[in-house]
Design a protein around this ligand. Sequence first.
Ligand SMILES: C[S@@+](CC[C@H](N)C(=O)[O-])C[C@H]1O[C@@H](n2cnc3c(N)ncnc32)[C@H](O)[C@@H]1O
Length: 280
Amino acid sequence: MNTDGLTQLDYERIGPVGKVFKKAVTDPLVNFVLPSGFIRWVLRITKSEMAEASWSDPGGWKSMVLSYRDDMPPQIADRFLIKLGSMPIALRNRRKLCVEIMSRMIRDRAGQRTNIVCLGAGPGMIVLDAMDRSEHKDCHAYLMDLNPDSFEFGRDLAKSKELDARVQFIHGNVKDYRTLCPAQPHIVKMIGILEYLPDAIVSDIVKAISEVMPPGGQLIANSLTRRHGTDRFFRRVFDLHMIHRSADCVRKLLADSGIATDHVFTEPLGVYDVLVCRKN
Ligand SMILES: C[S@@+](CC[C@H](N)C(=O)[O-])C[C@H]1O[C@@H](n2cnc3c(N)ncnc32)[C@H](O)[C@@H]1O
């Protein structure tokens, strides 16, 4: 895959003053100083959509879709959470990077039947954007998620891009990958899922994928570092407990199951690394 320009996409950044303010003021405030009950009360009375989505399904697809939004949210609390929060900024950066990487992976398979398998897909926004951008007519997506509530949104999105005939939503736990996925995967997306799975499950799933993937098959995954600075806030306000792993740790987990990492790209906030991998 050609990697030119991947570090120079139109990323969002936090300037030097913003970084100091965040470290000295907002992170300590939301992590330690303000009582969690008070923060939850503020989010409730300001009708934060983000808080509502996170409370009903911590780390779920709705909070992801809200984080991805480009326009200004109507609720004041959401303007702070979504537009200024380091995690949603990093998520938008990760999305941009992944759409570009995946569209290049798809283009590299021009003229060949291509199956994309996405684990923990939600409505599949990244895969659908990448398929749309790559214009590969024999590219098909298998989008797997534990929560089928996102599928209607995903089907509408696929329809709007005229991709619905080539997209299949699969309801199930990625732990049951072996019995759930009907297709041989040429490209596998594990973005936004590893942070919810312990090492043993990740190893088992990657092993299952590696067994059926053809040599040269490609996989994209991410790490999550603590550089967002608000893990304690997520735990106490949203009951969101994510597993943080370095890129090297993810690389080793994948390597143990026969998947080699060719490139690692870090989005500008340093919160996410995206690993571009291949089955040998
Ligand atoms: C944070 S969202 C990420 C969505 C999408 N991958 C993206 O990057 O835009 C995580 C998704 O993983 C799903 N998920 C979490 N654990 C899962 C599991 N064990 N099996 C299948 N899906 C799972 C959740 O339901 C949710 O839709």
